[in-house]
Write a protein that binds this ligand. Sequence first.
Ligand SMILES: Cc1cc2nc3c(=O)[nH]c(=O)nc-3n(C[C@H](O)[C@H](O)[C@H](O)COP(=O)(O)OP(=O)(O)OC[C@H]3O[C@@H](n4cnc5c(N)ncnc54)[C@H](O)[C@@H]3O)c2cc1C
Length: 328
Amino acid sequence: MTKFLVFLEQREGVLKKSSIDAWNRVQEIAALSAGAIVTGLLAGPVDRQRIGDLLAGDGVVYHANEERLRPYQQESYTRLVTSLVKQESISALFFADSSLSRDLAPRLSVLLKASLLSGDLLFNRQGYPDGSFRPVYSGLATASFSPQRNISIYTLSPSRGMVIRSSADGTVQVMPTAQYHHSSDNLLAEVRRIVLRQNSLDIAEAGIIVAGGRGMGSSAGFALLEELAALLGGAVGASRFAVDEGWRPHAEQIGQTGKTVAPQLYFACGVSGAPQHLAGIASAGIVVAINSDPDASIFQVADFGIVGDVHLVLPKLIEALKEFLKKK
Ligand SMILES: Cc1cc2nc3c(=O)[nH]c(=O)nc-3n(C[C@H](O)[C@H](O)[C@H](O)COP(=O)(O)OP(=O)(O)OC[C@H]3O[C@@H](n4cnc5c(N)ncnc54)[C@H](O)[C@@H]3O)c2cc1C
């Protein structure tokens, strides 16, 4: 019997949207892979009632409800996942693509002697194990994969628009996991979480992203994007140019060497639309581009385009939005 395990990531006790999205996608993969059973693993305290409400389909979630697992710790998380994979005879382990999974998945693949497939993975009708494929060379070609080991580990990029469905169509049972020994916990000196800005949304989780590039002119130019993002309840993103210049932190970089995002609405302001940037927004819903160059490549992927100077267009857009919100 094929058993899937989805690693469900929490931050500060809240289940991450990208993990809910991964769970839902694994349910779809299971439907393509005759008879596969979906299970989940959640490390750290999260309201158990909410877990069942948030996840679609049928399945069991193992919950290691321990306070010390609230922050990510490589050692303890590795031990927790490896023991569950062995205990439950898991065939495939799935993660949402995140800084946590980029750290944990390769380590697990060595320890479990598992095939590791990461990136924008999709599954065709063949399902697991032979149906996985993903775009390569910034979407110019497609590569398909057949895992060579008994266990496979997949990291999934967010799906288009990351629309989270309700769980009305199934029953998810939440079960406590057994306690694990933490003999080498004293190896951990200190785990610190650095908050870049209070209340700033992670771009990987955001439903709306307002991104800026070289055309914003300076770090001060991003104040307009912060204002627009705050009005829309979205997050600020950046091109690599803006990050390399030190205008924005790397956590906000979108693209091949940054994050893959899947908002329902994406604003590209003063961004040219280089292939390496577009690689990160392939799953975005509606794309709105503002650029002074009518021939900029970004207009080829945009649903709506405004040709103009961001410093003139954005204040007008913000003003109009404020008026609109006042009337609501
Ligand atoms: C291996 C590799 C990995 C990379 N990874 C990434 C990545 O992850 N993410 C990423 O973004 N890039 C990445 N890059 C860099 C990428 O190739 C581009 O150089 C970068 O995306 C350009 O950033 P930009 O669009 O902000 O700047 P530019 O390409 O310089 O574009 C600026 C745009 O702003 C417009 N503009 C200028 N002034 C105004 C104004 N006042 N109002 C309106 N529009 C204006 C211009 O017309 C232009 O279109 C990578 C490159 C390599 C080689």
